[in-house]
Design a protein around this ligand. Structure first.
Ligand SMILES: Nc1ncnc2c1ncn2[C@@H]1O[C@H](COP(=O)(O)OP(=O)(O)OP(=O)(O)O)[C@@H](O)[C@H]1O
Length: 610
């Protein structure tokens, strides 16, 4: 029997609502696609379903693979997690998801021997961003200091011709210390690709399909890489994004990406006009803001919701306060009221988002939250200095794996979590879950890992024992991002955060797990960090003119580009809400441009006193 399903019998999984356009995207065979879609349209999901379709029907046959490239680590693991859970091991192993930078690094490690002979970097170098302190040390110790190109906006260098002394000295120093920063890796990857057509052909013959998620955030440099490798090839590209959510221009994202894709790759443009996330009132507000974002040359799009049920009464509101404390006191009471009226909601369904300085806001607000029996978690905070941010830790595959084992040991695992644990363990062991005998061996392996867990021992001991059984080589093979020092950062951050949760709840394991995962905590984060997420209720806090100074300045200076970026940021934030969306300020004036938009919509009411 064929291991592949027929194209006719293949169906999308997990309650996916398919529209004609969605179906067209999933099943496109020949054309490069530019998929434009608004918030909540299920952009990542449609790529995940397309990957399932191509792998499960054999349109992407072994040994061909799909490569998904994106800007951010969490977006890369998000799509990979969905494929891993839905496809078997063999199929999932042919879906590779990576950030652009991680892909560049893997190219350099693999082909470092092809680099010009003056570059002597060993393949097991560590990568981290060289920050201000690093450069200060370097400048003090190294003759000639930081190369000029590293001081400015930097395009990748072609390293084939031996560059100047400053550059060669930097590379020599890094080779001796087995380190490199991201910019250096980009240069090395470009040098390999441009000068060795064999490497390009190897990439092209490996990847029949290329997915580009969050395409609006792609930089010129990344686009140049896509052009160099894929232009004129048979690899089929599917790029998905939302130009109204482009908030990375400061990091080099180019608003013309979709046009460039159409020109260079003759891509077919498809619009997904649905929003599966928000209620009709919030979608009306989204459509209203889109009208403002649309230039006179474009036709404004209008999104249609698929969510059932009427929006809650007063679901979009605003209120002014005279201090962050009184604002936080009101919000925590409001959350408690909504929780008491909606028993299916938990504190983690509520988010406070703000333009900047989440930690300052946290310090002012936490007391009020605690006195209303609620906990607030600053998702943007580092677990430990030089460690991983809480929000990033939550999506790290190793943190997910360790928590699943801990849940299993504590008897607090549900069916889908257990399936997920089996899947990850099968990646480490190679056991086939479809075969009874191998499944038994897999269960014995998981039991062995679990026997390492002793809740009265320091968490670090437990994790080290688990790690010894799994083996570092296996972990690095399955998750290439852990080939560097980053593994130790994730491990240390996990141990500290989970140890804290255990210490705070010595007799209540369930509560400790909830504390670690933030299940019973209201989330606090910057708008940039909220991108890609969704919450039942969103409070836009600290929503005053001073915190939107970037927009104020852009208006004063008539800087259209910056105004657009600020408005896009506002758009990203408000489109995170499913059912309730509130704007609050604790001083000064409302930001005039944004509040003008809200007033014009006629959708925002004054929130009542509680
Ligand atoms: N085709 C679909 N049918 C039903 N529900 C869907 C579908 N696609 C996505 N969803 C659900 O809709 C919500 C929004 O999806 P998702 O977060 O993938 O959208 P998105 O396009 O990435 O949004 P954004 O750009 O705003 O982050 C999620 O809860 C998701 O599970």
């Amino acid at each position: 029997m064929s291991k592949y399903q027929s194209v006719e019998s293949w169906k999308p999984s997990d309650g996916f609502i398919s529209t004609e356009v969605a179906n067209e995207v999933i099943k496109e065979k020949n054309n490069n696609l530019a998929i434009l879609a608004g918030p909540g349209a299920g952009k990542t999901e449609i790529l995940a379903q397309r990957a399932n379709y191509l792998l499960q029907t054999g349109l992407c046959k072994s040994p061909q693979k799909i490569l998904a490239l994106t800007f951010k680590v969490d977006a890369a693991s998000n799509i990979k997690n969905r494929i891993d859970l839905r496809c078997g091991r063999e199929l999932a192993s042919r879906f590779e998801s990576s950030t652009f930078d991680a892909f560049f690094i893997s190219l350099v490690r693999r082909f470092s021997t092809l680099l010009p002979s003056w570059i002597d970097i060993p393949s097991d170098f560590d990568v981290y961003p060289f920050d201000h302190n690093w450069w200060s040390d370097y400048e003090q110790n190294q003759l000639g200091g930081r190369p000029f190109v590293f001081k400015n906006n930097y395009s990748p260098l072609d390293l084939t011709a031996r560059p100047n002394d400053e550059i060669t000295r930097l590379w020599k120093y890094c080779a001796e210390n087995k380190i490199a920063d991201y910019k250096m890796c980009r240069s090395m990857a470009f040098t390999i690709i441009k000068n060795y057509s064999q490497v390009r052909y190897l990439i092209l013959s490996t990847y029949k399909y290329l997915f580009l998620d969050e395409f609006q955030d792609t930089t010129d440099e990344q686009f140049a890489f896509i052009q160099t490798v894929f232009k004129g090839s048979n690899t089929i590209i599917s790029a998905v994004g939302d130009t109204n959510q482009m908030i990375m221009a400061w990091a080099g994202a180019n608003p013309q990406n979709f046009e460039k894709l159409a020109k260079d790759f003759n891509s077919k443009t498809v619009h997904l006009m649905v929003n599966h996330r928000s209620n009709t009132k919030i979608i009306n507000l989204i459509n209203h803001v889109i009208q403002d974002l649309t230039t006179s040359m474009e036709t404004p799009v209008v999104y249609v919701g698929t969510r059932k049920g009427a929006p809650p009464y007063n679901c979009i509101g605003a209120k002014a306060f005279d201090s962050p404390e009184s604002e936080a006191a009101y919000i925590s009471k409001h959350i408690n009221l909504t929780l008491s009226e909606n028993p299916t909601l938990a504190p983690s369904d509520f988010a406070l988002i703000l333009r900047q300085r989440a930690q300052d806001y946290y310090k002012n607000a936490i007391g009020e939250f605690l006195s209303n029996d609620l906990s607030l978690r600053n998702e943007d905070a580092l677990v430990v200095s030089n460690g991983v941010k809480i929000q990033d830790l939550m999506v790290e595959p190793l943190s997910i794996f360790w928590m699943l084992l801990i849940r299993y040991k504590a008897g607090l695992i549900n069916y889908s979590q257990e399936k997920k644990l089996d899947k990850i363990a099968s990646f480490f062991t190679g056991y086939n879950l479809g075969q009874e005998r191998e499944r038994k061996k897999l269960k014995a392996y998981i039991a062995r890992l679990m026997s390492c867990i002793n809740f009265s021992e320091p968490v670090e001991n437990t994790i080290t024992k688990i790690f010894d059984i799994v083996g570092s080589a296996k972990i690095k093979l399955v998750y290439p991002q852990y080939r560097s020092q980053y593994f130790n950062k994730v491990k240390e951050s996990f141990c500290i955060l989970f140890q804290d949760a255990l210490n705070n709840n010595p007799k209540d394991l369930k509560q400790a797990i909830n504390d670690y995962e933030g299940t019973n905590q209201v989330k606090l984060m910057t708008i940039h960090k909220s991108k890609g997420l969704e919450f039942d209720t969103v409070f836009f806090v600290d929503f005053h003119d001073d915190s939107w100074w970037g927009l104020r300045r852009a208006v004063q200076e008539k800087n259209e580009k910056s105004q657009r970026e600020e408005k896009n940021t506002f758009f990203v934030g408000l489109s995170r809400a499913e059912e309730r969306l509130y704007f609050t300020k604790n001083r000064g004036n409302w930001p005039p441009v944004l509040v003008g938009l809200l007033k014009d919509s006629n959708l925002v009411v004054q929130l009542p006193d509680i």
